[in-house]
Design a protein around this ligand. Structure first.
Ligand SMILES: Cc1cc2nc3c(=O)[nH]c(=O)nc-3n(C[C@H](O)[C@H](O)[C@H](O)COP(=O)(O)OP(=O)(O)OC[C@H]3O[C@@H](n4cnc5c(N)ncnc54)[C@H](O)[C@@H]3O)c2cc1C
Length: 403
């Protein structure tokens, strides 16, 4: 499945080392299918446990949604905490938010060990009220975040006016978030893991999977692989478990502007987003560009290169010019990409209910990178047979899970 079309920015930010597939070992403790951010983080978590790991990737490392990811790392989710409380209960909702908060710290720890630190920079987030009627919702969200110890602050219209270049009837300011270059992160982490013994097989499509009970055989054009278990980190590709009920694939647009060296940006160069759904979001990059994305459509297949992407990119530029009046930007990078959502906005992580040697880490939802991080820890616990009380919140067969 094609995951994106148009011109991506992140792959232009580094020159990837030439990779040659290694010799296939007779046996692996675990084989991971998909070398995006979920696959690489899972490989790290399992190698940290001392397991032997291979990753099979049908294309190239990081070439899926990971290279279209705009790199906002937030503990807040597309579903606000008070809404999640209504849906799954306060205990589980707060627990999930705490996992997301911790995941940003864990991503930072890994990023600090990588070349250029994968451009991980701590940033606050500002979620502005798109409509006056959304102000109450933000106040309620702020209250519950503060009650549970999350760093959050409500801004009224006057504070917004003082701190932001655009008007809004209110906003929620949260700290402890971050921005990252997800592609750099994945490539640098993969290189680090390869030097520790990870076997990465690019251009290796895993389509024939035979479960022999005691072990699994994966047959590919590049040879056969044998392992104790497999982990699907296949992103928004065809779902290996269940049908599409419970998951929805849409498409979204993003642009990356030219560099603006003299431009200061906005308040604390925060990650900016809004209460409207679908929402618009924007961030800066280390080389003084702006990324703005949104305008989601209910279609799974990314728009073709050409007029449609140009029209949507112009609409994003228009929105950017309204948010930052007095500035003029152009968008040399513009693209459309598929992205997946679940009914409860939570990812699908865990063991197949009937096939105990098959595990899944599918980061459906706007906070995909954070989900990949927390999911890799859950998968490691499940594989190592350690109790993990959080696993049920995101399990495949939860109330709002895959059917
Ligand atoms: C426009 C856009 C903006 C986003 N912005 C953000 C953001 O700001 N913050 C955030 O946290 N998240 C964001 N996301 C979500 C984030 O990109 C995804 O959650 C994340 O990249 C998913 O990573 P992944 O490793 O699960 O999937 P992918 O990166 O897609 O990796 C899956 C890999 O599996 C491979 N594969 C699939 N099937 C097979 C097979 N049978 N055999 C071998 N290989 C296979 C694919 O080729 C692919 O490379 C955004 C997504 C989009 C589309």
């Amino acid at each position: 499945m094609e995951l994106h079309n148009g011109l991506l920015f992140w792959p232009t930010t580094l020159v990837k080392k030439q990779h040659t597939n290694p010799e296939i070992k007779p046996y692996y403790d675990t084989i991971i299918i998909g070398a995006g951010i979920s696959g690489i983080l899972t490989a790290k978590a399992l190698m940290d446990e001392g397991l032997t790991v291979a990753i099979l990737e049908r294309n190239e490392l990081g070439s899926g949604s990971t290279s279209a990811n705009t790199g906002l790392l937030q503990y807040s989710n597309d579903i606000q905490l008070h809404e999640l409380c209504d849906l799954i209960g306060e205990d589980d909702a707060v627990r999930f938010y705490k996992l997301c908060y911790k995941a940003v710290d864990q991503l930072e720890e890994i990023a600090l060990s990588l070349q250029d630190q994968a451009h991980f920079i701590r940033r606050p987030s500002i979620c502005y009220a798109s409509e006056k009627s959304d102000v109450k919702k933000l106040e309620k969200e702020c209250e519950i975040l503060v009650k549970h110890g999350f760093p959050a602050e409500f801004w009224n219209e006057l504070i917004v006016e003082k701190r932001l270049p655009f008007e809004a009837p209110g906003a929620l300011y949260t700290s402890s978030d971050a921005e990252i270059n997800p592609y750099k992160f994945v490539v640098a982490l993969a290189e680090q893991l390869i030097s520790r013994g990870l076997d990465l097989f690019e251009n290796t499509y895993a389509n024939i999977i035979e479960d022999e009970g005691t072990h699994i055989i994966l047959r590919t054009m590049n040879g056969d692989f044998k392992a104790s278990r497999i982990v699907y980190t296949t992103g928004y590709e065809r779902l290996p478990y269940g049908k599409m009920k419970g998951a929805d694939i849409k498409r979204s647009y993003a642009i990356v502007t030219e560099q603006k060296p003299g431009y200061d940006g906005w308040y604390e160069n925060a990650l900016i987003w809004e209460t409207a759904r679908p929402y618009l979001y924007m961030r800066k990059t280390v080389d003084q560009r702006i990324i703005i994305g949104g305008l989601d459509e209910k279609k799974a297949k990314p728009a073709e290169n050409g007029p449609k992407i140009n029209i949507m990119a112009d609409m994003l530029l228009d929105r950017l010019h309204k948010l930052l009046p007095g500035e003029t930007f152009h968008a040399p990078y513009k693209y459309c990409a598929s992205f997946g959502e679940s009914l409860d906005q939570l990812p699908f992580i865990g063991q197949h209910p009937k096939q105990p040697n098959h595990f899944y880490l599918l980061g459906f939802g706007g906070n995909g990178t954070v989900y990949s991080m927390l999911g890799s820890q859950i998968i490691a616990d499940l594989i190592m047979d350690r109790p993990n009380d959080d696993a049920r919140i995101v399990s495949l067969n939860r109330k709002y899970g895959l059917k």
